[in-house]
Design a protein around this ligand. Sequence first.
Ligand code: ADP
Length: 321
Amino acid sequence: MGKKVAVLTSGGDAPGMNPCIRACVRFGLYKGLEMYGVRRGYQGLIDDDIFLMNSRSVSDIVQRGGTFLKTARCEDFKTVEGINKAVANLKKYGITDVIAIGGDGTFRGGKAMADNSDISVIGIPGTIDNDLAYTDFTLGFDTSVNTVLWAINSLRDTMGSHDRCSLLEVMGRRCGDIALYAGICGGAEYILVPEVPYDLDAIADSLKKAHERGKTSNMIIFAEGAGNKDEICAYLKEKTGVKITTTTLGHIQRGGSPTMQDRILANKFAERAIELIMLGATNRVIGTRDNRIIDENISEALEMSGKFDKKLYKLAEIMSL
Ligand code: ADP
């Protein structure tokens, strides 16, 4: 009997989820699998919001951000009763495998279900923060960084006209990758991230000197996990006398049409996920390392840390001198 596979998106949404759902469904059908969609992640498993999909079910979504399956956070899934209910619903359809697209929470949920049932789970990383150490990139990160770059370009126009310093807050509570990549590509003078300690007095000093040299517009990119931006801004203003305006990009970073990079990853991640299902694998997550698609045990992947690219950070510093 052919396998029956359910696809869901869970946790924070990310551009690239839609092309990935599409690729899972179409590659799965091509391999002779029966493909199902689940609305609102693990909540949909518990609520039995599960439906059969065909190739047309995923038409006209390749270019859209977000996830047409919708996503949710579901506390009930953290309980044994919740997982049992989800598994019972999957069994009604004869579903054997679940592809869960999301972040580390989604992977923990998937592992909990795989460990407590005979449902096999494969995780695909979809999160704009790029905060999963086992993979170089996650779905949504590239699109998000490009959105930040668009914002930097706009800010630069007005900063230049008014001789201002701009402090731009971007997403990244635990992981400063959005700030780092947008910072180096956008030519930011300072990049503040949770992974690297910074010296505000040194920044103030350099800002002041830059102003005295006639460099009157500067850009500070600030990852939200790097401290309190209002306090930092107030401190720098007081120390330097430089005009600093703050901008918080917020949820704009989560949307937008997925970039080429995110769509390519979406297709390749989906292809590997289906291949693993054909091989009978479970508790694995897909990723990319050194431009190759990889897969890893969920627990081992979640235990990894220390991905932050210090070399790139140093390069960004040199470029801003
Ligand atoms: P993300 O996947 O973006 O990190 P969350 O951390 O909110 O998002 O996790 C998404 C969902 O995964 C949670 O709402 C919950 O349903 C499920 N989940 C997270 N951790 C666990 C866990 N330890 N056991 C079971 N389910 C979990």
